[in-house]
Design a protein around this ligand. Structure first.
Ligand code: NAP
Length: 331
């Protein structure tokens, strides 16, 4: 598979695998199917795997640690810290806030190393900036972990351009991970993508398939009671109907090209720059295989224009997050 560089330090497959859905958020999970998906990803040449302390609270890191151990040396495993959370009797978590204290940066890294069954975290992200802790203090603590050889490279998620600049002045930041897809293009206009490019920071789009919506395969009416998307404005009936019309444009481009809508959505993200490495999530092997194949699909200028015109931000109905989550982004 095509390789791309994140910052000055990491070389990864052009598409990574977002692993959150293997442990939470989008319906039923099956442990042995998840292991098979992870193994198939390695077989297909995916070298970039994305997890976090908070996914399935600890479950996702433990799963990756076990399933990816035989291939560990050739992979780049990214994890994240910085949320506080509660845990229910089944171990599932509810995010309650942020903790970017130096103490937490270290404690979570130590625990993640054990769960991931490794002696170094390739890319350690701050999941959300903590307004109670100066970013210099958080990144300073993360940099100490680099100096000790416990972490190879540092990342941030969903921060503003200004926070990125302050962090990068403290220690080089290798990657910034924020939501970016046809229907979420904030980073093009809020200065984040421009700052990444100016500073040489790689950009990792999360939810590049719009949490599945852009594939045309999600029926919002039938999402399970505990599906995270039930909480998101864009998936509510009053917005989903409008957004479905935009997805029809993706499906039209896909049909004319003989590929899937998911592949068109990913090809669009991949076309935004060589410094961009999307991490679509897929529990199912056929979905994973399709997504990996999207690295070989090139959109024409006319196709890109058709998509971009349809998905002009004013045409997308509803916010991407409820207010409690939005408040933690871009700070
Ligand atoms: N930094 C952050 O705050 C943050 C926030 C959210 C996510 N993330 C990371 O980003 C990763 C990706 O985002 P995401 O999982 O939220 O959303 P996504 O990648 O936009 O969409 C994932 C959904 O799309 C479905 N799908 C995948 N490929 C498909 C295909 N070819 N055809 C039809 N459906 C397909 C998946 O189904 P199946 O799973 O059933 O195959 C899943 O339900 C996460 O796994 C996580 O690692 C980070």
């Amino acid at each position: 598979m095509e390789q791309r560089k994140l910052g000055a330090t990491l070389t990864v497959s052009a598409i990574g695998l977002g692993c959150m859905g293997l442990s939470q958020a989008y319906g039923h999970q099956d442990e042995s199917a998840s292991v098979a998906t992870l193994e198939r990803a390695v077989e297909l040449g995916v070298t970039f795997f994305d997890t976090a302390e908070v996914y399935g609270v600890h479950h996702n890191e433990t799963l990756l640690g076990r399933a990816l151990k035989p291939f560990r040396d050739r992979l780049v495993i990214a994890t994240k810290f910085g949320f506080t959370y509660s845990r229910d009797a089944n171990g599932f978590g509810e995010i309650t806030g942020t903790d970017g204290t130096p103490k937490n940066a270290r404690a979570v890294a130590e625990a993640s190393l054990k769960r991931l069954q490794t002696d170094v975290i390739d890319l350690y992200y701050l999941h959300r900036a903590d307004p109670a802790v100066p970013i210099e203090d958080t990144v300073g603590a993360m940099a100490a972990l680099v100096a000790e050889g416990k972490v190879r490279a540092l990342g941030l998620s969903e921060v503003s351009a200004e926070t990125l600049r302050r962090a990068h002045a403290t220690h080089p930041i290798t990657a910034l991970q924020s939501e970016y897809s046809l229907w979420t293009r904030d980073v093009e206009t809020n200065g984040v993508l421009a700052a990444c490019r100016e500073l040489g920071v790689g950009f990792v789009p999360f939810s590049p398939l719009g949490r599945g919506f852009l594939t045309g395969q999600v029926q919002t009416e039938t999402l399970g009671q505990d599906d995270f998307r039930r909480r998101l404005p864009r998936f509510q009936p009053e917005h989903a109907e409008t957004n479905r019309k935009l997805v029809a444009v993706v499906e039209g481009v896909a049909q004319a090209k003989g590929v899937s809508a998911a592949q068109v959505a990913l090809a669009w993200v991949l076309a935004q720059g060589q410094d961009i490495v999307p991490i679509p999530g897929a529990k199912r092997i056929p979905n994973l295989e399709q997504n990996v194949a999207a690295t070989g699909i090139t959109l024409t200028a006319a196709e890109r224009e058709t998509l971009e015109r349809a998905f002009a931000p004013e045409n997308v109905s509803g916010g991407r997050y409820p207010a409690s989550f939005s408040a933690m982004s871009e700070r």
